[in-house]
Design a protein around this ligand. Structure first.
Ligand SMILES: [Zn+2]
Length: 287
């Protein structure tokens, strides 16, 4: 697989789900071996210097409710995962992302608009090959009965199962294989979600201030979505978990050759799994 970038820059603006503030993002082409790099400027501090934050698992300082990356100066960006999933899912290895604000816009809660914009501007293949991270040993991380593991496999595949039965949702596992399945049509449109039972807690703790039925599927206590649109896929929420995994694992900065199996995946476990994987060079090799 060759490295690739986008043919032209594009911008996406909108509200951030956590702080509820307007944010703007411009995604620009980048040269080979750049990876994905964020440049953040502060809306409330006009003239302050742009902060560079590399999209790496090492820079994840907080993974509660979203994936947040920070640099050594303490500058941070929230909710990068849906944009990262779109870039990885569309096999974009190099891009510079300029952000004004604290987070990446939530848009409709999925990766769909990023994917549409990437398709619109086009993908530019570059000449250098993309570096591949080949998993050599099975790594498993657990959190109570939740777990994630990654094991040797000749392709990149994600097999995710969730525990939504009690909430009345479909729980069929989602298997996504990068050679056999299509990210743009099968995963990208799956939206973030929540439950009416959580709304009080979220309000009380000032979380998800920008969340609405326009960007979040909200289920009632019978597992029925309250959004006018209904569901985009039968098992949309499990698919969104796969979308989040793709975004989070892209922070490895490599194309992955391995199979991930998980039960109740989370941003936190996704990050711990990568840290465990990279903890020993016996666990992987770079091709
Ligand atoms: Zn998400």
């Amino acid at each position: 697989m060759q490295q690739s970038t986008i043919r032209e820059a594009f911008s996406v603006n909108g509200v951030g789900v956590h702080r509820g503030q307007e944010c703007s993002t411009t995604i620009k082409p980048a040269s080979e071996d750049t990876g994905i790099i964020f440049f953040k400027s502060d809306v409330s501090n006009e003239g302050a210097k742009e902060e560079k934050i590399i999209a790496s698992y090492k820079n994840v300082k907080n993974a509660t409710m979203c994936t947040q990356i920070s640099n050594e100066n303490g500058a941070s960006l929230k909710t990068i995962e849906h944009l990262m999933a779109a870039l990885y899912g569309m096999k974009i290895s190099n891009a510079v992302v300029e952000v004004r604000g604290e987070e990446i816009p939530i848009l409709d809660g999925s990766s769909l608009m990023f994917v549409e914009k990437i398709k619109e501007v086009g993908i530019q293949k570059q000449s250098k090959p993309r570096k591949i991270l080949k998993v050599l040993k099975k790594i498993k991380v657990t959190d109570g009965d939740k777990f994630e593991e990654i094991e040797p496999f000749d392709d990149f595949e994600i097999n995710a199962k969730c525990d939504f039965e009690a909430k009345g949702l479909k729980t069929d596992p989602v298997i996504f294989n990068f050679s056999k399945n299509d990210f743009a049509t099968e995963i990208a449109a799956a939206r973030t979600f929540g439950f009416v039972s959580e709304v009080e807690y979220i309000k009380k703790h000032n979380l998800a201030q920008g969340a609405s039925l326009k960007n979040t599927v909200v289920y009632n206590d019978k597992g029925i979505p309250l959004n006018d649109e209904g569901l985009r896929f039968e098992n949309e929420s499990a698919k969104h978990k796969v979308l989040d995994i793709i975004g989070d694992l892209s922070l490895s900065q490599y194309w992955i050759q391995g199979r991930m199996n998980c039960f109740c995946p989370s941003h936190k476990l996704n990050n711990i799994l990568l840290r465990m994987l990279f903890a020993s060079t016996e666990n992987y090799e770079i091709l």
